[in-house]
Write a protein of this length. Structure first.
Length: 140
C-alpha cells in the first residue's frame, strides 16, 4: 500500500543474466524519480505470488517472458483477480501470445525509456508525481 505518499510496486523480472540486472538498476532509479517505492523484487512466479500476498502492492511491473515456456501470465491472473494494475515489460515482440483477458494491459518494450514508464503509470491511473527524467549519471 502507499506509504509516505509513495506508490508501492512489485517488480517481477527474470534476473538470470547481467543485462537484466543492469536494466533493473535503471528501472529502480526511474521509479524513485516517479515517487514509487519498490516493495519486492521477484524473479520467478512463486516468489511474485508470495510477494503479492505479503506486500499487497499498488501495481506491478511484470517481465512477460521468464524463460523457456515460462511467462508472467499466472502472476497477471492473480493481479487481475485482486484488481491490482500491472504493466508487462518485454524485450520481445510477443504481444500476440497474450491471453485475451490481458491484451488491454500496458506493454513497455525494453530497454524502458523514462517517458514510456511514466506514460504507463498514467495509463494505469496511478498518477505518478511530476518528475524529470533522471540524469545519465543516475542511470549508471
Amino acid at each position: 500500500m502507499a506509504e509516505n505518499g509513495l506508490l508501492a510496486v512489485l517488480i517481477e523480472e527474470d534476473r538470470e543474466r547481467l543485462r537484466p540486472q543492469m536494466m533493473m538498476l535503471d528501472m529502480e532509479v526511474m521509479l524513485r524519480a516517479l515517487g514509487v517505492r519498490i516493495v519486492d523484487l521477484a524473479n520467478c512466479v512463486g516468489d511474485a505470488l508470495a510477494a503479492i500476498e505479503r506486500k499487497r502492492p499498488d501495481f506491478a511491473l511484470l517481465d512477460l517472458k521468464l524463460g523457456p515456456k515460462m511467462t508472467a501470465f499466472p502472476i497477471a491472473e492473480v493481479l487481475l483477480d485482486r484488481a491490482i494494475p500491472f504493466v508487462f515489460v518485454t524485450g520481445y515482440d510477443d504481444v500476440a501470445i497474450m491471453p485475451t483477458s490481458m491484451r488491454k494491459a500496458p506493454v513497455i518494450v525494453k530497454p524502458v525509456p523514462f517517458a514510456n514508464l511514466q506514460a504507463a503509470l498514467t495509463t494505469l491511473a496511478l498518477s505518478p508525481r511530476p518528475a524529470v527524467m533522471p540524469s545519465a549519471e543516475a542511470l549508471r
